[in-house]
Design a protein around this ligand. Structure first.
Ligand SMILES: Cc1ncc(COP(=O)(O)O)c(C=O)c1O
Length: 415
């Protein structure tokens, strides 16, 4: 199979961009690295690495509490990221954006703070059949604590949510609908605007898990009318340990703090503490300052390329990969939604995904095998695990060819 000509690559100069990712230049087991695991974590451009190094080498100080020059610089750089996130998500205000460790913490913040206050015995929470464990377990914990019920929007064999069934689940007891914008296990892009609209019509709120959407498509929280939206920095080419929870001001203001400590207070006495204004009410303790600054650099980088260009290019890669993998006898794609992003999950007749991953690794190809923290999805498709190749804009058509050749090798080994 030959690579597609440059002119179809949606205005992205992939070879040039790959220069920004030193990690991609290495060989693994003597073969050029083919990194197809960006859904687990994306690689970081030098701009992110440099921003973090600059913080540690030049500006390093704690933020928000210092009058000295270094603290002022660190604070400005960290808070500048909040302004960048505001533009990235099109939030109304910076105060609606809370820095968290990642999507998991964003969801846990909502279940702990909003959930404990607003969910009561007999209430219902709706999630979907394709959620990551981080958008299942916190809701289960809340429901157990409160005597509430967890309902699940079912999906079809392509991995598309059944909105008619969803409609039937909604009722006056529904308090929250929490769902993935894009599924990590299947790649399905869910119709977020519609799901949110339906939740609102039933009087419920909606939380969107944006972990897999933000690296691949333009997100506009106001156009979506999401009540909460959360994502992880490390999946948008930023560092680990930093992420964002967006929440509407009115909701955040009415929620109790998530954790207590320094930085989240106005006045502390032994008799009573008053809390800081948004967003600091939810940001107790010294945050991940370097991570926040690195995330800012990552968003700058994505903006320079253009998220629309990234989407268009990845779509071509995905179509190319889907055709190529579908042509391999004995290979079954898991997740064939009509609206899909960046994920090629598959199983192969008679070969365990773990063995597929191991043989591919020997050829320098990094894919993920397992349940992808979505065990209910595996159960639905009646497979113990899948092999997942996940894409980013730095992947090439040649790398898809390498994956196809690698899978042929797997078949030879296990023939
Ligand atoms: C859809 C989805 N939600 C949530 C998460 C959890 O993200 P994190 O581990 O960064 O908190 C992931 C991570 O893979 C994901 O893919």
């Amino acid at each position: 199979m030959s690579t597609l000509p440059k002119e179809v690559t949606a205005g992205i100069d992939v070879e040039r961009l790959r220069e920004d990712f030193p990690v991609l230049k290495q060989t693994v087991h003597g073969k050029p690295l083919v990194y197809l695991d960006s859904a687990a974590t994306a690689q970081k451009p030098v701009h992110v690495v440099d921003a973090i190094r600059h913080f540690h080498e030049v500006d390093c100080a704690n933020i928000h509490r210092g009058v000295h020059e270094l603290s002022q610089r660190s604070t400005a750089a960290y808070e500048e990221t909040r302004a960048k996130v505001k533009r990235f998500l099109n939030a109304k205000s910076k105060s609606e954006l809370i820095f968290v460790r990642g999507t998991t913490e964003g969801i846990n913040l909502v279940t702990s703070s909003w959930g404990r206050k607003n969910v009561n015995q007999g209430d219902e929470i709706i999630i979907s059949a394709m959620e990551h464990h981080s958008n299942i377990v916190p809701w289960q914990m809340l429901c157990e604590e409160k005597g509430a019920t967890l309902r699940v929007i079912p999906m079809n064999d392509r991995g598309e949510l059944l909105l008619d069934e969803y409609e039937k689940l909604l009722n006056p007891r529904t308090k929250m609908v929490a769902f993935a914008h894009v599924s990590n296990a299947l790649g399905t892009i869910n119709p977020a605007r519609r799901i949110i609209e339906m939740a609102h019509r039933a009087g419920a709120l909606a939380l969107v898990d944006g972990a897999q959407a933000t690296p691949h498509a333009k997100v506009d929280v106001q156009a979506l009318d999401a009540d909460f939206y959360t994502f992880s920095g490390h999946k948008v080419f930023g560092p680990t340990g930093i992420g964002v929870l967006y929440g509407k001001t009115k909701l955040l203001n009415a929620m109790p703090p998530y954790q207590g400590g320094g930085d989240m207070i106005k006045v502390v006495t032994f008799a009573k503490t008053t809390y800081a204004d948004l967003p600091y009410k939810f940001e107790a303790g010294t945050p991940n300052i370097a991570g926040g600054i690195g995330l800012g650099a990552a968003l700058d980088y994505v903006n320079r390329i253009g998220i629309e260009q990234i989407s268009a290019y990845e779509h071509q890669l995905l179509e190319y990969g889907t055709l190529a993998l579908s042509a391999i006898p004995g290979l079954r794609l898991i997740g064939t939604a009509r609206e899909k992003a960046a994920v090629l999950s598959f199983v192969m007749e008679g070969i365990h995904p773990h063995d597929i991953g191991t043989v591919l690794d020997k050829q320098g190809i990094a894919v993920r095998t397992g349940h992808h923290c979505a065990q209910p999805v595996m159960e639905f498709f009646n497979v113990p695990a899948t092999t997942r190749a996940s894409l980013a804009f730095y992947n090439t058509f040649g790398e898809i060819d390498a994956l196809v050749a690698g899978i042929k090798k797997v078949k030879e080994v296990f023939a």
